[in-house]
Design a protein around this ligand. Structure first.
Ligand code: ADP
Ligand code: MG
Length: 347
């Protein structure tokens, strides 16, 4: 498919490693005050006024993405998003990234350019500087590792560990759509394999596909909460699925949780797609993953400040640790929540 989209094919060998780095990075703009030096020396130089937060995530072909249906530009964009999401989950502001790629020489230069178009677009939209990276050959497929760097006052950083009994559990946006987007893509891939002349039928699923292929990290939430004068007591981003993130928050904060099925925010297209695939939408919401929303707790007294906000859904409340972590179903049953989230070491 890469060949189809890129009639022009310049071999990477023509440029060589240094030529390629130069080619990809010569028009990188720096916009952050805290960036003293970006690409081009042995290391970047950054001066933050406050605490520095750092996170890394690696995406591996065949494990995290399938190039037969993921456009490279989207892949580059998403690789940045998954990292920025972790910075925002600390209630910090993302300021810089570095990008390391390993790829085989089956990739033409034009394909790597597409990947970098996505990376640079993400940098532009989210106001972060690309300040370095590494480039190497791979025998086993494409690997992209992004490191994101951010900044926040020490007292405003939010950890997974601060939730207390009675706190309200809040999730941003809606969940489950990215997973259903993946189901659609997998189905269309199978259809295409069986009949290469078939036209993909994806119009009705555009929201699901966008959530899977081009997720947006919640840069807005830190400011939204500051404007509402709310400081979360704990926070995590939803990358592996709601249930596994709730369990992380609960373990780190030494609390239990009750989550109400009827409160979990689902987009109508998720409900429709679940019906079509004969899947339970609550299960998908809890274990789907890749939503890149934020999940956090706030003190009960903050309820009036957040209750009417369309970006925020209150889905549960913390209970003492001994009471465990449960889903309260629509019919009032208590079901223990297990980690069913996405895990790259599972079969
Ligand atoms: P070194 O040998 O000192 O590690 P490199 O030749 O690998 O230096 O990199 C030269 C410069 O280009 C460095 O500033 C490095 O951070 C940057 N760089 C290398 N690869 C990438 C990449 N894939 N994306 C962005 N910057 C990169
Ligand atoms: Mg290097």
């Amino acid at each position: 498919m890469i060949e189809d989209k890129n009639p022009q094919r310049t071999s990477i060998e023509n440029l060589g490693e240094f030529g390629l780095i130069d080619h990809l990075t010569n028009n990188v703009e720096l916009t952050q005050d805290s960036t003293d030096r970006g690409i081009g020396d042995d290391a970047a130089v950054i001066t933050h006024n406050d605490s520095t937060v750092v996170t890394t995530d690696m995406l591996m072909e065949g494990v995290h993405f399938d190039l037969s249906y993921v456009p490279l530009k989207h892949l580059g964009y998403k690789a940045v998003m998954v990292n920025l999401s972790d910075i925002y989950a600390m209630n910090a502001v993302a300021t810089q990234i570095t990008v390391s790629i390993a790829m085989s020489n089956r990739f033409p230069v034009e394909a790597v350019e597409e990947l970098y178009d996505g990376i640079k677009l993400a940098c532009k939209v989210y106001g972060v500087d690309l300040v370095g990276g590494d480039t190497t050959a791979s025998q086993t497929g494409l690997v992209i590792s992004v490191t994101a760097i951010g900044e926040q006052k020490a007292e405003d950083i939010v950890y997974r560990s601060g939730a207390g009994d009675g706190d309200l559990l809040v999730v941003t946006g809606d969940v489950g759509a990215a997973y259903m987007g993946l189901q659609i893509l997998e189905r269309e891939k199978a259809v295409y394999k069986a009949n290469p002349n078939s036209q993909p039928d994806i119009e009705a699923y555009s929201y699901l596909l966008e959530r899977q292929l081009k997720p947006e990290a919640r840069k807005d939430i830190s400011k939204l909460l500051a404007d509402l004068d709310v400081k979360p007591t704990s926070m995590i981003d939803v990358s592996d699925g709601l249930s596994s993130e709730v369990i992380h928050l609960c373990k780190n904060s030494e609390i239990g949780m009750k989550i109400y099925e009827e409160k979990i925010p689902l987009d109508p297209t998720v409900i429709n797609a679940c019906e079509e695939f004969n899947l339970d939408s609550t299960t998908i919401a809890l274990s789907g993953g890749e939503d890149y929303e934020l999940l956090f707790t706030v003190k009960q007294e903050d309820f009036p400040k957040i209750k009417a906000n369309p970006s925020l859904s209150i889905i549960g409340h913390a209970v003492p640790q001994g009471e465990g972590i449960h889903l309260i179903t629509r019919s009032g049953e208590q079901v223990p929540i297990q980690a069913m989230g996405w895990n790259s070491f599972k079969g």
